[in-house]
Design a protein around this ligand. Structure first.
Ligand SMILES: [Zn+2]
Length: 200
C-alpha cells in the first residue's frame, strides 16, 4: 500500500527540479544571446558593402577625440613624418609651451588608402569631386601622404604657428586650411605665397 509522501521528501524532490529549471533558463539565455549576436553581426556584414576600406592607426588614422602631441613616437602618423618637419614641430612646441600653447596633431602622415578614403568621404559630403578637391588632395598630390604636412587642432595653436612658425620654417600653405602646416621654408625664411586650396 502506498505511503503518502512526507512533505520533507517532496521538498527533496523539488530541489533537483529547481536546479534543472535554473540550468534550462541559463541555457536559453545563452542561446538567445548567441542568436542576437549572430543576427546583428551578420546584419552589420550585410549593410557594409564588400571591399569598403576601413582605415586604422597603421594608415595614420588619429582618433578625433585623441589628438597626438608632437612628442608621440609610436603612432605611424608621426613616425612616418618627414624628420625635418617633425623636428621643426618639436622645437616650435617648446617655444609655444612658454605661451601656454599645445599643438594637438589631428593628422600627419597618411597612407594612400586613407587619403583615397578621405577624398571619397569628401565627395559624398560636398556632393561633387570638384568641390571635394578644394579640401582634400588626391593620394598622388597630398603632402600628408609624403609625410610633409600636419593638421593642428586648436585655433590658438593655429594662430600661434601662423605668427611664429616661420622661425622653424613652418608655414600655412593653403589659404582655406588654417589648420594645415608644412615645412615650406628655411628656418627664419619667408613663407611662400599660399595656394588657394588643396587643388594646388
Ligand atoms: Zn592637412
Amino acid at each position: 500500500m502506498a505511503v503518502p509522501s512526507h512533505p520533507l521528501s517532496r521538498q527533496r524532490r523539488l530541489v533537483p527540479l529547481f536546479a534543472v529549471a535554473g540550468v534550462v533558463v541559463l541555457l536559453l539565455a545563452a542561446v538567445v544571446t548567441l542568436a542576437v549576436t549572430l543576427t546583428f553581426s551578420s546584419f552589420a556584414t550585410a549593410v557594409r558593402p564588400a571591399g569598403i576600406f576601413v582605415p586604422t592607426e597603421a594608415d595614420g588614422l588619429i582618433a578625433a577625440d585623441t589628438p597626438l602631441t608632437v612628442d608621440d613616437d609610436t603612432h605611424p602618423a608621426l613616425q612616418r613624418l618627414d624628420p625635418a618637419l617633425l623636428e621643426a614641430l618639436r622645437s616650435a612646441q617648446v617655444a609655444a609651451e612658454a605661451d601656454g600653447i599645445r599643438f594637438d596633431i589631428t593628422s600627419g602622415w597618411r597612407s594612400v588608402d586613407l587619403q583615397r578614403r578621405l577624398l571619397a568621404d569628401a565627395v559624398r559630403t560636398y556632393g561633387s569631386e570638384e568641390l571635394a578637391r578644394e579640401y582634400v588632395a588626391t593620394p598622388e598630390t597630398s603632402s600628408h601622404v609624403t609625410g610633409r604636412a600636419v593638421d593642428i587642432g586648436t585655433l590658438d595653436a593655429q594662430l600661434w604657428i601662423m605668427e611664429h612658425g616661420r622661425e622653424w620654417g613652418l608655414c600655412q600653405t593653403y589659404a582655406n586650411e588654417r589648420w594645415h602646416f608644412e615645412r615650406a621654408t628655411e628656418p627664419g625664411g619667408e613663407c611662400p605665397v599660399q595656394k588657394l586650396d588643396a587643388r594646388g
